[in-house]
Design a protein around this ligand. Structure first.
Ligand SMILES: Nc1ncnc2c1ncn2[C@@H]1O[C@H](COP(=O)(O)OP(=O)(O)OP(=O)(O)O)[C@@H](O)[C@H]1O
Length: 534
């Protein structure tokens, strides 16, 4: 069973509900809010068949109207429309769209307000059932359309990876090689209230009146229309899943075209600018139709534009949309460029450029420094979390015969000191793999070396904070055994940091350059993408 709505394409008026088998007169008057005298009060009569999903339209007015592809001039002329068809009450004017929504997909209002995405999995079993059905009958480019017609294709709401990714595919979506992908907030919709964040789930409107027309054109030009959106509010409790789902139904109705929506509900590989959502689209959610990246594009408002990019405009809150497009290799447009035809404006470059790393850079500076010494020694590393200390320790120090001491694995600096003593007793050289930001943290090891008459060198990671944050994000995606490091820890490091000096008792201070070396081609590909959000 469907519900049927007749949705204005020209205004934000409440959609007109057409009840099953109940004739409804549409024309000039309060229902449509149209006052144009060329429109009869009784212009068309509609009767919805909510079981079969079609709307019978009978012309009863005076001036010509258009329903679907038919021009209706003669009284009592009748056509049958289906979901997505258009009605123009006067030719080329007063456009409406027919919307049939499966009643099954309407959210259950009771006791669901606190549902987490995970809890929703259970509640959505009926919908997930449709997904399975849809997969076998999906109307992709290679499927006989009559088959798709015979077997009803429904909206689907699929949870992937424990709800970290949600895919909402509306009825009528056809898989295509050309993808027209859009961000949601600030691109397709904006707030009605004018506030940056919506004040309630209904606080939205289309960002530009041109959007439905442009999307329709894209559809006619053979694109699949996709929305790729970060919605961390779904996992931090700020956005109720069912509210958001209802919002997407309403947005779809307003857009008037079938859409496929990819929703990242939290952090991780699905969150833009990482390309998890795009990869899921191309690998699992486009039938078997290969995506042509060169003919596809992404449009979003998080484009890194500086303040005053247009009169009165603030700077963009981030660059994630532009960075996602760059990561994938997609053409990129801002909403103003795409929907309004504006020229592109300058934008900020990311602070860290992962593609410009020099694989030939000398590992150590000064370049005549070397890791291995003839004599027993202690090396104290200094560097941000994620700056590459453990990588250096594993790939260079260990290989040169050093014992490596790491506070993360030992727990306390006192234990580090005990293990250091043991290693030195056995005649080994030792590298201390801790962040060691200040004089105090380093002095424990310097003192111990000097008490034994051993040289102690300080190796400082030559890795900027944004580079270290990038490494940290990369590690989050590739090494689940290491807990992600919060920005707060980075700030603590920065606030404690004291530049190491020879006065502390070091015999030499050496800078360690970041010389990229990857475990696999996949790792290298991921590393060279933009992973940070600003
Ligand atoms: N030279 C390198 N080439 C490629 N990847 C690297 C390199 N150095 C570090 N990485 C990657 O960056 C991430 C962080 O590196 P690593 O764990 O060595 O940092 P760390 O300074 O030891 O961090 P923490 O202090 O938080 O333990 C890891 O995923 C690592 O694989």
């Amino acid at each position: 069973m469907f519900s049927c709505k007749i949705v204005s394409c020209d205004s934000d008026n409440i959609p007109i509900a057409a009840e099953h088998n109940k004739p409804l007169i549409i024309g000039r008057g309060p229902l449509t809010k149209i006052k144009d005298p060329r429109l009869s009060r009784n212009h068309i009569e509609v009767v919805a068949d909510c079981e079969k999903g079609f709307l019978k339209v009978t012309f009863v007015g005076a001036n010509t109207c258009k329903a679907g592809n038919s021009i209706l001039k003669t009284k009592n002329e009748t056509v049958e429309l289906k979901h997505g068809d258009a009605i123009e009450l006067l030719e080329n004017q007063y456009s409406f769209r027919v919307e049939f929504c499966p009643v099954l997909n309407q959210p259950v209002k009771s006791d669901t307000s606190s549902s987490s995405p995970q809890e929703m999995v259970g509640k959505q079993t009926t919908l997930n059932h449709f997904l399975t059905k849809r997969k076998s009958t999906s109307a992709d480019d290679t499927v006989d359309p009559s088959l798709a017609k015979k077997q009803k294709i429904e909206d689907t709401w699929e949870e992937v990876d424990g709800g970290k990714l949600i895919v909402f595919t509306t009825e009528g979506v056809q898989h295509k090689s050309k993808i027209a992908a859009f961000d949601l907030d600030g691109t397709i919709i904006t707030t009605q209230s004018g506030k940056v964040f919506p004040t309630n789930p209904q606080d939205w409107k289309l960002n530009f009146s041109q959007i439905p027309g442009k999307l329709k054109q894209l559809l006619e030009d053979g694109f699949k229309i996709v929305i790729i959106t970060n919605q961390a509010g779904l996992s931090n409790g700020k956005l109720k899943p069912l509210d958001f789902r209802q919002k997407l139904f309403d947005i779809r109705a307003k857009l008037g075209v079938p859409i496929q929506v990819f929703i990242s509900s939290g952090s991780g590989i699905y969150r833009k600018p990482a390309i998890g959502m795009w990869n899921h689209l191309t690998e699992h959610a486009n039938g078997s139709v290969p995506v042509d990246v060169g003919s596809s594009f992404y449009c979003g408002d998080a484009a890194g534009r500086e303040a005053k990019w247009a009169p009165g405009k603030k700077k963009d809150h981030s660059s994630v949309d532009r960075l996602l497009a760059t990561n994938v290799g997609l053409k990129f447009y801002t909403p103003e460029e795409f929907f309004l035809g504006h020229r592109s404006v300058p934008h900020k470059q990311p602070d860290f450029e992962p593609r410009n790393l020099d694989a030939e850079i000398p590992l150590l500076e000064p370049s005549d420094s070397s890791l291995s010494q003839d004599k027993q020694e202690v090396i104290v590393l200094v560097g941000f979390p994620g700056s590459g200390k453990s990588h250096f320790a594993k790939h260079h120090a260990l290989q040169s015969g050093y014992d490596v001491i790491n506070r993360d694995s030992l727990g306390t600096w006192q234990k580090c000191v005990t293990v250091l003593e043991r290693s030195l007793d056995s005649g080994k050289s030792v590298l201390i793999d801790n962040t060691n930001p200040d004089v105090e943290s380093r002095s424990r090891f310097v003192r111990l070396a000097s008490a034994r008459g051993l040289p102690c060198r300080c190796f400082v990671m030559n890795t900027s904070v944004t580079h270290a944050l990038h490494n940290n994000k990369f590690r989050e995606f590739t090494d689940t055994s290491h807990a992600p490091v919060s920005r707060m820890i980075f700030n603590v490091y920065k606030s404690k940091f004291q530049d190491p000096s020879l006065e502390e008792g070091f015999t030499e201070i050496v800078r360690v350059n970041f010389r990229p070396a990857f475990r696999s081609v996949e790792d290298e590909r991921l590393y060279k993408m933009y992973l940070l959000e600003d």
